[in-house]
Design a protein around this ligand. Structure first.
Ligand code: NAI
Length: 297
């Protein structure tokens, strides 16, 4: 049975069925909420369902989930390519490609369909929440809900208040994050918020360190794993996040802060232009056609 969530939230819409969208849908469904997952691309939806099934199977194998809970959760997730499917949602979490024009066009379409009281949240890594909110009919019911990758594993949700976000919206979203088993960190709406303001310039510096030949891929990652106790090296992590997403975040920081210390590394730009986007494209700083993935230089 679909449980009723915090402050009347029982149905969650998710727009974008990529790496993040499928994780958000997975966790929302397992917490008893009904989920509507929408993407423009049917292949992305098929892949998302396969990924959610595989990840839940893994939880069942580990003993942290019962097989019947998995079946019930998967049955609570409706998928489709048509935006009107979202009309009855109490909250819609947008997790589409990190391009402002894409997100603005989604919000224009979805606002026409949603109930007046429905909340709109964006999982953007870096685009100002206040600017996105101002382009909608509901700036007081608009908020940043920034999940971490992979969503089923990572505990944190950064909740970002836009300048007009109401207390009621903030409370509803904080309770929803809690119901989804997450811990929140509250951020104000400044470029890249908290996590990426600190993390992505470090990744960019690692790419610049590679570009300057200070170290090779293996040495840079080993240095930060074994020397700074990071669970993943910065280049490995960049491949995991997606190099296009890392570049988009650096550009937002560079423009938003007006400080040359946030200049994207030219090597990062070159990799993105080559289509070497990391794990999702099969090649980034590592080559994922090999097992285990091998450094490319
Ligand atoms: P992705 O590239 O894996 O997935 C994006 C999905 O959006 C694709 O399936 C695409 O078909 C879909 N899409 C594009 N235009 C659309 C439209 N008009 N309507 C519906 N769907 C559309 O990207 P990913 O990594 O899942 O990122 C999504 C969002 O989450 C971005 O805003 C990103 O900055 C943010 N994010 C990413 C993290 C990461 O580690 N990759 C971490 C936290 C946030």
């Amino acid at each position: 049975m679909a449980g009723s969530g915090p402050r009347g939230i029982s149905t969650v819409g998710v727009i974008g069925a990529g790496q993040m969208g499928n994780g958000i849908a997975h966790v929302a469904a397992l917490s008893g909420l009904s989920v509507v997952l929408v993407d423009v691309n049917q292949a992305a939806l098929d892949k998302a369902r396969a990924t959610m099934t595989k990840n839940m199977d893994r939880q069942v194998a580990k003993g942290s989930l019962k097989a019947e809970e998995k079946d019930a959760a998967l049955a609570r997730i409706a998928t489709g390519t048509e935006m009107p499917m979202l009309a009855e949602c109490d909250i819609v979490i947008e997790a589409a490609t990190e391009r402002e024009e894409v997100k603005l066009s989604i919000f224009r379409d979805v606002c026409k369909l949603l109930k007046k009281e429905a909340i709109l949240a964006s999982n953007t890594s870096s685009i100002p929440i206040t600017r996105l909110a101002a382009a909608t009919d509901r700036p007081d019911r608009f908020i940043g809900m920034h999940f971490m990758n992979p969503v089923p594993v990572m505990k944190l949700v950064e909740v970002i208040r836009g300048i007009a976000t109401s207390e009621e919206t903030f409370d509803a979203v904080a309770s929803l994050a809690w119901k989804m088993g997450k811990i929140t960190a509250v951020a104000q709406d400044y470029p890249a918020f908290i996590v990426n303001r600190i993390l992505v310039p470090m990744i960019n510096e690692a790419v610049q360190t590679l570009q300057e030949g200070v170290g090779d891929i293996r040495s840079i990652d080993a240095a930060m794993k074994l020397g700074a106790n990071h669970p993943m090296g910065p280049l490995e992590l960049a491949d995991f996040i997606g190099l296009d997403t890392c570049l988009a975040i650096m550009r937002v920081l560079h423009e938003g802060m007006g400080d040359s210390k946030y200049r994207p590394s030219p090597l990062l730009v070159k990799y993105v232009e080559a289509g070497w986007l990391g794990r999702k494209s099969g090649r980034g700083f590592y080559d994922y056609s090999q097992e285990p993935p091998a450094p490319t230089r």
